[in-house]
Design a protein around this ligand. Structure first.
Ligand code: SF4
Length: 1003
């Protein structure tokens, strides 16, 4: 510590006194809101003649601290009084050196991964994301504060020779990476800190650091070196013994050892407008508070209305419910007079919230900005650009069709629809022929994409930076016809575009330097581009509600703060292990190298972040949690949310929005979306035609009518005697599914679902065609009857597709028409083959409304698709049409199929004079027949049923008996209220209720 003793001595001997030393560290500690900002402003004022600079974590902090300085000191003289750490390093160095950009670095690392002989990393070298992971570790290494050459040798020293070595591989890549950059005259941007350390002797401005919770090793080296030349003030949020502070003990001790002065500010009273806020901030995880805090305990949401101070607990079902509840609350606060700038929404990580929250706020008309970073491929423009260009290199057709359909291409959607319908077979086959077809059909669009490619020095296909940039801009302009149709440029697209522009500059530089030939293919380059970071906002925009991660909010305070997503696993965050070098490997490497090369995980980080976030609001804090996911699966409340309530003496939930409240009555709706959902639930017809159309066609609309009272529901079920064959079959397959679909009547109202539309259209067409053929006595069907039938098929398709028109697009309509025509045509062809004893005699036969008795206490209602009768009319055979795949199980009841058996029994009950000998399922899409038919009748059945296997008469009757027993059991189960999630076998793929029944199956 000689150096630091000398600094202390010089500072005193030079006679500057401890209040204004010539150099050295002035360490300022204290809990949040202890007055550190006031101290730092006073420090800046005292050093004004030397033009001090204040350093903060982000650009948004630069804006807010500059405003604070202007407010407190008046005009600021001198260049850039507030800046970020990167800007400080640049200013110290004083000259801009050509730094390698993100894409250049990724390209180089990816190239080295392919070229070098590697051990452990070699196994994953070709995986997408490995280059980005290696670069991430390089950035951590650069932050260690060691010199480039030192890092290489420390990595070699840290290599674990026994167990194959990631560290050894990293050392080899690191050395080659640095050598290549030096060769082409570029520096790694992470070098800037080390360059700044060397340039410090020429620096004379005092520097204050504010808003940091801790520093990296490289930053520590810079600060320590600065302190040898100029006064340095470091303000840290730290209070010994405070929650989460133990993670910072080592950091603070490091600075205490080197400081010439350490001041500790005590907590201040009166920094919060509301006593509850102060009580929570001071008392969190230290036991509940009785005085101010207990004020929340007995109060409900209604009690709080009209008071805009305090701590409010929100609870919702589902992430979407949480977002909508917060959006409504913000809307209410704006109505009460708060400005958007007064409000911040904090989440642990923005990724999962970006779309849901953005959508909810947009629906409420709340102006907002996200201060978040995403990958280029996660933006609309980036995804469309990179996937379409990649598809051209890999010759895949599907992504190109998606591009043509999307908002970034000007081809009308109807043309793409028509192409998909007309060329469905070629598209399925994909390949070069289909690619040529696509080019011929959409020459302008595909050719335009191809201009983004050019030949590299090596003659291989590469990207042409100039044309790529021009293409991206045209896509941005085309994207203005997107969602809102206002023609305004989309902010996210513009941010993504600026990343594309920077990438193109870097590609040009690589090309000019002549090292593109030896590097990557166009496909690899596009993959790397997709990984580039895009900032969605700057964080300092005005007139907007700001949405950011808790880590980004550390230096700023707001009148109102919403903390969302307080769910276990989200906040506190369940950390996923680093892609390369897990915690054990990092510890081992540091130990073997004898140096702090890579940071190891700090414990208690989430507690410290949460506690710090509690200090951000000035007068109103909302803590929002959810107890289920978007599909109804359970979500566990965050221990922080529960502890905060306990701290305030068990404060009540201020507002909650359970699953039963997700849909409000139309008159309480704040947005059109909520209004329409309310109309669906409450059976109201919206007055506007446009809204009615939307409801009729809206994709994914669910209708949920929950029983009001379970005892009443059970009583009603126990009185029932009439059942449909379909519901008995559903219960037999899974009682829970029956409860959801038939009891709660939750059903997917998606009218454009292909299986749904296919089934309805097929039944309607067959009813009309067979009805006509029966009426005209056309069975057995001969050649002319077959032609007449074909005409009837066309009429039926035209008629029924016309009726279903609203529910589908032109492409879907043509696809359906073809499928149904093919299925019906195939059946009619088989019918024409031979004359037979049995012929179709009735179609869509309705059983009586009060049902037909099939057993004691069970009456069946419903419609039988088709009944065939023998020539004498003494024997009947039931036919049921299916579009799904037939089961391979031999026994129908064991396979979960009861309908056919129940229809046979119902027909026996309704027409005792006729002998109903059996029945069959006709799986028209797959051309297969399954069912129950005695051997000796097989030859006489309708030729359309050819392929059906015969059984012994006893066998047929035993299976019918087995089906009836299953139906009785189902009725008993319904009446007893048994609704367990106990599927008969594997959950069917089509069942979407997995998350509701809490069964992973079918989820
Ligand atoms: S997922 Fe399985 S258990 Fe759950 S409702 Fe569907 S069929 Fe039943």
């Amino acid at each position: 510590m000689d150096k630091w003793d000398a600094i202390r001595r010089d500072a005193l001997e030079e006679g500057h006194g401890l209040s204004l030393p010539a150099a050295g560290i002035d360490l300022l500690l204290g809990p949040p809101n202890a007055g550190k900002l006031g101290e730092i402003v006073a420090w800046a004022a005292a050093h004004r003649p030397r033009s001090p600079v204040l350093v903060v974590p982000s650009r948004a902090d630069v804006t807010s601290l500059t405003a604070e300085l202007v407010g407190r000191l008046g005009a600021i003289v001198g260049s850039r009084p507030v800046m970020t750490m990167d800007e400080l390093a640049e200013d110290i160095v004083g000259e801009r050196r050509a730094a390698a950009g993100d894409l250049e670095q990724l390209i180089l690392v990816k190239h080295l991964l392919a070229e070098l002989k590697l051990e452990a990393v070699g196994e994953v070298a070709g995986f997408p994301g490995t280059a980005a992971a290696v670069l991430g570790v390089f950035r951590e290494l650069a932050d260690s504060g060691y010199e480039t050459a030192e890092i290489g040798s420390l990595l070699a020293a840290g290599a674990n020779r026994e167990s194959g070595s990631i560290a050894g591989d990293m050392g080899r890549i690191w050395d080659a990476y640095q050598a290549h950059l030096a060769e082409v005259g570029l520096v790694d941007r992470t070098d800037s800190l080390r360059a700044a350390v060397s340039a410090i002797p020429g620096w004379s401005r005092p520097v204050g650091f504010y808003g940091f919770l801790s520093f990296t090793s490289g930053q520590r080296s810079l600060l320590a070196e600065l302190a040898g030349h100029v006064p340095v003030l470091i303000a840290l949020s730290y209070e010994k013994g405070r929650l989460g502070a133990h993670g910072l003990d080592a950091e603070v001790a490091w600075w205490q050892e080197r400081a010439i002065r350490v001041r500790t500010l005590p907590p201040q009273d009166g920094v919060f407008e509301a006593p509850d806020l102060a009580a929570l901030e001071r008392g969190f995880m230290r036991g509940s508070v009785d005085s101010a805090g207990s004020a929340s305990a007995s109060r409900t949401g209604e009690d709080w209305l009209g008071e805009e101070t305090g701590v409010r607990f929100l609870l919702a079902a589902s992430r979407q419910g949480e977002a909508e509840q917060v959006a409504r609350e913000i809307l209410r606060l704006l109505g009460e007079g708060y400005a958007p700038d007064d409000i911040a929404v904090l989440v642990r990580r923005l990724g999962p919230w970006r779309r849901t929250l953005g959508h909810a706020l947009r629906a409420c008309g709340v102006p907002h900005r996200m201060d978040a970073r995403v990958r280029l491929a996660q933006t609309g423009l980036g995804q469309s650009l990179t996937s379409a260009l990649t598809a051209l290199t890999t010759r895949e057709v599907e992504p190109l069709i998606s591009y043509l359909r999307g908002p970034y291409c000007s081809v009308p959607i109807e043309q793409v629809d028509a192409f998909e319908i007309d060329r469905a077979a070629e598209i399925r086959a994909s390949g070069e022929a289909c690619m040529q077809l696509l080019k011929e059909t959409f020459p302008g669009s595909v050719d335009r994409l191809e201009t983004a490619f050019g030949k590299k020095g090596s003659g291989e296909l590469g990207l042409d930076p100039g044309n790529l940039q021009q293409l991206a801009w045209e896509m941005v302009v085309s994207g203005t016809r997107g969602e809102d149709g206002t023609g305004a440029l989309n902010e996210e697209d513009l941010q993504a575009y600026s990343v594309v522009v920077k990438s193109c500059d870097q590609l040009s530089r690589i090309s000019t330097a002549g090292w593109d030939g030896e590097l990557l293919s166009a496909e690899d380059t596009l993959e790397l581009m997709g990984n580039l970071p895009v900032w969605l906002g700057r964080g300092d925009e005005r007139g907007v509600v700001r949405i950011m991660s808790v880590a980004r909010a550390r230096a700023r305070r707001f009148p109102v703060v919403f903390m969302m997503g307080l769910v276990d696993g989200e906040f506190p965050l369940r950390q996923s292990p680093p892609v390369l070098l897990d915690e054990g490997e990092r510890r081992g490497l540091n130990l073997r190298a004898g140096a702090d090369l890579l940071p190891e995980a700090r414990t208690g980080e989430d507690v410290a972040l949460f506690h710090h976030a509690l200090s951000r609001p000035l007068n109103l804090l909302y803590l929002s949690a959810r107890d289920s996911g978007d599909s109804g699966e359970e979500a566990v409340l965050s221990p922080f949310w529960k502890e905060a309530r306990a701290t305030l003496g068990g404060a009540r939930i201020w507002r909650s929005r359970g699953l039963d409240q997700v849909v409000d009555t139309p008159d309480r709706a704040l947005t059109r979306r909520e209004y329409l959902r309310g109309c669906v639930l409450h059976g109201e017809e919206p007055p506007a035609e446009e809204d009615r159309d939307l409801l009729n066609t809206k994709v994914g609309m669910f209708r949920a009518v929950a029983p009001k009272e379970s005892a009443a529901v059970r009583a009603a079920i126990s009185r029932r005697t009439t059942f449909s064959a379909g519901e008995l079959e559903t219960y037999h397959q899974c009682p829970f599914r029956w409860f959801v679909e038939r009891g709660l009547r939750v059903q997917d109202m998606d009218p454009s679902s292909m299986p749904l539309l296919r089934g309805s259209l097929l039944h309607a067409v067959l009813e009309q065609v067979y009805g006509h053929l029966i009426e005209t006595g056309s069975f057995p069907l001969d050649g002319s009857g077959r032609m007449a039938a074909e005409e009837e098929v066309s009429r039926a398709l035209h008629h029924h597709l016309g009726r279903m028109g609203l529910a589908m697009g032109a492409g879907q309509r043509r696809l359906l028409e073809r499928e149904v025509r093919r299925m019906v045509g195939g059946l009619l062809d088989r019918e024409t083959a031979n004359a037979s004893d049995f012929t179709p005699a009735a179609t869509e036969h309705s059983l009586p409304e009060d049902g037909v008795k099939v057993a004691e206490g069970i009456r069946l209602r419903g419609r039988i698709d088709r009944i065939d009768l023998s020539q004498t009319g003494e024997e009947a055979f039931v036919v049921d049409y299916k579009t799904g795949r037939p089961t391979r199980q031999k026994k129908l009841a064991e396979a979960g199929s009861l309908q056919l058996i129940l229809y046979v029994l119902a027909l026996r009950g309704e027409r005792p004079e006729v002998n109903t000998v059996g029945g069959a399922y006709l799986h028209l899409r797959f051309g297969e027949v399954r069912g129950l038919a005695p051997h000796d009748l097989l030859g006489g059945l309708s030729p359309g049923l050819s392929g059906l296997k015969g059984r012994g008469e006893d066998e047929v009757e035993a299976e019918i008996e087995q089906g009836l027993e299953a139906a009785k059991k189902a009725v008993d189960g319904m009446k007893a209220g048994r609704i367990a999630a106990e599927p008969l076998g594997e959950c069917p793929r089509f069942c979407d209720w997995g998350p509701l029944c809490r069964s992973k199956r079918g989820a």
